[in-house]
Structure formats: structure tokens, C-alpha cells
Design a binder for this molecule. Structure first.
Ligand code: NA7
Length: 541
């Protein structure tokens, strides 16, 4: 069995960054990747129109100033193929591929308490022994597929947005269904509508969206950002969500309606996802949120010609940004086309799939292609898929039976020497995930360095520290509007999933301070042991 210092699961943005950083400590590091290519979600979500809704300059690694200067983003919001090219460029430039094993899905990880090492087993039976085990499996990587009666009888093609096939999907002259109107459904709708003979979008919940105002990056903009990249990064690290601009410190309720209108107009035209930062209290106070939601509803409504379709598409019943809003490129206007139809699932639910299409309570819709843009088992889906067996044979699934419990989002009591990157209990999906990835990986690299320099065997989160952290995460969430609606932030996206709020909503800056404080206090909330606890217990028995 190969002996490793660090084994990383997943070759997406987090896994690659972890490989680069930990290899820099002189450690023997290997990455296992289940797919036949690197890139994680950016490898799989290759649907038409897929692009990032964080600006390219911010959704990129900050660890190498040379990389920052060399890479030329072509658009303000990069498309999926461009992001995949970037990831592949990084892998080549930093010679990462030689330590990545593709087509290798981890099925089991078992902690050997006596040796303080993890035994990792792949689906094909290969095994590795590693001192440290790092999960970089993504938060939106386990797809969620509905299972309607008769689904397998459908005669056309069924595709999930997050498992887009490698073959070219030709929509020209086809009758297409999209089920789901989150970011994926909203991004693909305008693109597919231009090719398909007929497109039906099945909507369960109308979602808020801000126009992307996407545009090519000019040479001038590129030069300006590159000349000031450190300042832009500083801004992102110190912002609530890791975006490269300064949030407004004013309350939406402390300004005149005219002033607010001006700010919202500017945010609508330019800020995309950052609209939620137009005033500091948009996600903290319902009356403040109402001002933003009312503005956005008005703007969305003005884009849709047909009054009945308008009524259905304008989001109601949840605060703006309490569920993940989208950043779109012509989504609402697409419903003004003759070949596009909105099917409201609240009014007419799907009864069954038939060989020809989808039967709703209203009628039979006939299709050639049906796309599930139905999202993911968020945060915990990919962490709980493999069997992770910690101390005393307890699995992570058992431990997280009532919802995920972590110390600072990175460590779990009973699972020594295991680290989780951008998982539950960290800013994760409430942040520009690139900022969170780099923050956590630099922190965990320092932890591993401390362990190695001290000749230590085992680190482990302390149960009381975990309890306090989970309580703090909940406390911060209670200050916000996130708990006032159902979303994948609180486990509502999968039936039967524990209903707990998962990300840390206190912002990336505040989170970084917790990480820094923990390290400065000699990793408070963790036990760092010279010998495995199991051995010490035995010796003193
Ligand atoms: P999301 O944002 O989770 O959206 C999934 C969408 O699919 C959402 O509109 C759901 O409606 C809908 N959905 C889910 N299950 C069903 C069923 N069974 N029937 C009908 N409609 C359904 O996933 P995306 O892939 O769009 O985006 C993922 C993230 O990528 C996004 O948040 C950004 O971070 C980037 P619901 O709202 O639950 O009523």
C-alpha cells in the first residue's frame, strides 16, 4: 500500500490549490479524482450558457502574482469553457497533473486509531495509507434528479445540468423541456431558446435575478485590474462575501426613496450578485429587504410582455437573496419569444413522464429532450457519499445524522487528521468560493506544518468546541433573513434532509479572524497530540 503524507479527494479548484500548497511543504501529496478530467463542477456543468456569476478577476487564484498577470480573462463573467481552460492552465503551469489520479473514486476511508493514519480505498479496490486526509469534494457536486412516475419510459434524452454529456447536444429543431429555474435553468434558457423549435420552462419557484451586464474585458480594464490586483484582493478578503468591491455601510432605511432608487439602479445595471450588498442590512432586516425586493420585482416585471407570464415570473413570497439569486443574461426577456412557454408547476404539477413527454395536471407536453436543472444535494451530498469511518467505527453519516457538526467548518471530533474545505460551517456558498478555498487551505497548510515541526501524530476537533461553533453559526444565521424561507442553505432541497442552516453567514472577514485566532492560540478547539489518543489510552489503562 502506498504511504502518503496527504491524500486529497477532488481535483476541482480546492483540490488543485491544496495540492500546490501542501506539496510546497515538501510532503508526498496525491489527489484522487473520480472523473476522467480535472475541474470539478466546472468539468461537469458544461450546459449551454454556463458561466460564473462572480467576476472573473475575483473568481481566480490569488496565490501567484505571475499567474494573475499572465492570464487574460476575455469576459467579465467567464463562461464554463474558459474557466475550464484556466484550471487546466494552472494544472500545467504548476505541474500538478503528475500527482492527480483520474478515474479514481474513493469509496471508503477508515481511520486507524493506533497508527493515526487513514486507509483510503477506491472503488476498484486500490488503497493508500495517509497521515492527513483532505476532502475537497465541492458543495454542489452531487446532483439531484427527480424520479417521476414513468420517467424511464420517456423516448427522448434526459440530461442533468450538472452531469452534462460529452457528446454535442443538438437542440436545433427540437422540442425541449427545462425543469428548474435556479442559476442553471436561468442561464441555459436564453441560449437553448435560440436553437430549439420549442422550449418549455417548468418553474416551481420564481427566482430573483439581477442582469449580469456581461461584456468583454477591454485591454484597458485588464491593465487597470492587473496594476492594482493586490488592492482588489484585499478588498475581497475584507468584504462580507469575498467580492472585489466595497459594500455600502448605510442602511437601506436611512436614505430617501430617491437616493435608494439611484443606488438600486446602479446596482441593477452593474453589480450582479453584489446587489445584495447595495445596503448593509438587505439580508438583515425585512423592511430593508422589501425595498430591494420591490425594486427588483418592478425591474423584472418591465422585461416581460405578457401579463399572465409576468405574474408567474416575478418572484414573490421570499426575501431577495434569502435563497440564492441568479445573475442572468436575458432570462426574463426570453419569455417574450414565440417559441418559449412557461409551465407553472404550482398551478399544474407534473403527474408523470410518458414515452412522448411530460403530463401535467393541465396537459401532455411533448418533448425530444428533457433537462433537469434541478440542482444538487448541497453541502453534505458529496461528503456523505463515501463511507468515512472515524474513531470507534462511527461514520460521518452517523455523526451528522441530525445535520453537520464541525469545528470552524474544517475539523470534526472523532475524525482526527481529516480536514474539510469549504464545507458546512464555513462561508462556503455564501461567499466567493475562491476566497474561501484559499483562506482555508492556507490555514490547514499551517496546521499541518505545525504538526510536522512538532513531530505530532494527531489533531482532532474537540466536541465542546464543535458545539460552540455550531451554536455560533446558528446565532449568526438568526440575525439574518436566511431562516425565513426554504432553500439549500437550510437543507430544504432534499426531502428528509436535516433542516439545519449550513453555511457560516458572518462573512469571510469575520471567519478569517476565527481561523487566525484559533491558530494564534495554538489551534484552540483542537487537540494536537504527540501520540495517537488510542495508544495513550491503552498505555495508561
Ligand atoms: P438550484 O439553485 O438548487 O436550483 C434548482 C432548481 O430546480 C430550483 O428552481 C428548484 O425549485 C428546481 N427543482 C428542484 N427539484 C425540482 C423538482 N422535483 N421539480 C421541479 N423543480 C425542481 O440549482 P442550480 O443548478 O440552478 O444552481 C446551483 C448553483 O450554481 C447556484 O445556486 C449557484 O451557486 C451556482 P425550488 O426553488 O426548489 O422550488
Amino acid at each position: 500500500m502506498e504511504q502518503l503524507d496527504v491524500l486529497i479527494i477532488g481535483a476541482g479548484f480546492a483540490g488543485l490549490r491544496a495540492l500546490y500548497r501542501l506539496r510546497g511543504l515538501g510532503k508526498r501529496v496525491v489527489v484522487l479524482e473520480a472523473s476522467d478530467g480535472i475541474g470539478g463542477v466546472w468539468y461537469h456543468n458544461a450546459y449551454p450558457g454556463a458561466r460564473c456569476d462572480v467576476e472573473s478577476f475575483d473568481y481566480s487564484y490569488s496565490f501567484s502574482p505571475e499567474l494573475e498577470q499572465e492570464w487574460r480573462w476575455s469576459e467579465r463573467y467567464a463562461t464554463q469553457p474558459e474557466i475550464l481552460r484556466y484550471i487546466n492552465h494552472v494544472a500545467d503551469r504548476f505541474e500538478l497533473r503528475k500527482d492527480i489520479l483520474l478515474n479514481t473514486r474513493m469509496s471508503k476511508a477508515t481511520y486507524d486509531e493506533e497508527a493515526a493514519r487513514w486507509i483510503i480505498t477506491a472503488e476498484d479496490g486500490r488503497q493508500w495509507s495517509t497521515h492527513y486526509f483532505v476532502m475537497c469534494v465541492g458543495q454542489l457536486s452531487t446532483t439531484k434528479r427527480p424520479n417521476y412516475p414513468g420517467q424511464s419510459t420517456f423516448g427522448g434524452e434526459i440530461i442533468h445540468s450538472g452531469e452534462w454529456p460529452k457528446h454535442k447536444v443538438d437542440f436545433v429543431g427540437k422540442r425541449v423541456a427545462i425543469i428548474g429555474t435556479g442559476s442553471s435553468g436561468m442561464q441555459m434558457t436564453p441560449v437553448i431558446a435560440k436553437q430549439a423549435s420549442h422550449l418549455t420552462v417548468f418553474q416551481r419557484t420564481a427566482n430573483f435575478s439581477i442582469p449580469a451586464a456581461n461584456a468583454p474585458v477591454t485591454d484597458e480594464e485588464d491593465a487597470t485590474v492587473k496594476a492594482n490586483y493586490r488592492a482588489r484582493r484585499e478588498q475581497a478578503w475584507n468584504s462580507p462575501t469575498g467580492l472585489g468591491f466595497k459594500p455600502n455601510r448605510q442602511s437601506a432605511l436611512d436614505v430617501t426613496p430617491e437616493e435608494r432608487e439611484k443606488v438600486y439602479e446602479a446596482a441593477w445595471n452593474r453589480w450582479g450578485f453584489g446587489f445584495a450588498l447595495a445596503y448593509y442590512d438587505i439580508l438583515l432586516s425585512k423592511p430593508a429587504n422589501d425595498t430591494a425586493a420591490e425594486f427588483i420585482r418592478r425591474k423584472i416585471g418591465a422585461l416581460i410582455d405578457d401579463p399572465v407570464t409576468r405574474e408567474k415570473l416575478v418572484p414573490q413570497g421570499h426575501p431577495f437573496a434569502a435563497r440564492r439569486p441568479s445573475v442572468d443574461s436575458g432570462y426574463f426577456q426570453t419569455f417574450n419569444r414565440n417559441n418559449v412557454e412557461l409551465a407553472d408547476l404550482k398551478e399544474y404539477p407534473i403527474l408523470e413522464f410518458t414515452p412522448k413527454g411530460i403530463r401535467t395536471a393541465e396537459k401532455l407536453h411533448e418533448f425530444d429532450i428533457i433537462i433537469f436543472a434541478t440542482g444538487f444535494d448541497a453541502f453534505t451530498g458529496s461528503l456523505l457519499k463515501p463511507a468515512i469511518v472515524g474513531r470507534d467505527g462511527v461514520t460521518l453519516k452517523d455523526k451528522w445524522g441530525a445535520g453537520p457538526i464541525t469545528q470552524l467548518g474544517v475539523g470534526v471530533a472523532g475524525f482526527p487528521n481529516m480536514l474539510i474545505v469549504v464545507g458546512p460551517g464555513s462561508p462556503s456558498l455564501l461567499s466567493n468560493v475562491m476566497v474561501s478555498i484559499e483562506e482555508q487551505i492556507d490555514w490547514l497548510a499551517d496546521l499541518i506544518k505545525t504538526m510536522e515541526e512538532g513531530g505530532l501524530a494527531e489533531f482532532e476537533a474537540l466536541p465542546e468546541a464543535e458545539r460552540a461553533w455550531v451554536e455560533h453559526v446558528n446565532e449568526r444565521a438568526r440575525e439574518t433573513l436566511y431562516l425565513t424561507t426554504n432553500s439549500y442553505y437550510n437543507g430544504a432541497e432534499v426531502a428528509g434532509k436535516p433542516r439545519v442552516f449550513m453555511p457560516y453567514s458572518g462573512g469571510v472577514r469575520s471567519y478569517r479572524r476565527f481561523l487566525q485566532q484559533c491558530a494564534a492560540e495554538g489551534y484552540s478547539g483542537f487537540a494536537l497530540r504527540a501520540a495517537p489518543a488510542a495508544k495513550t489510552r491503552k498505555a495508561s489503562a
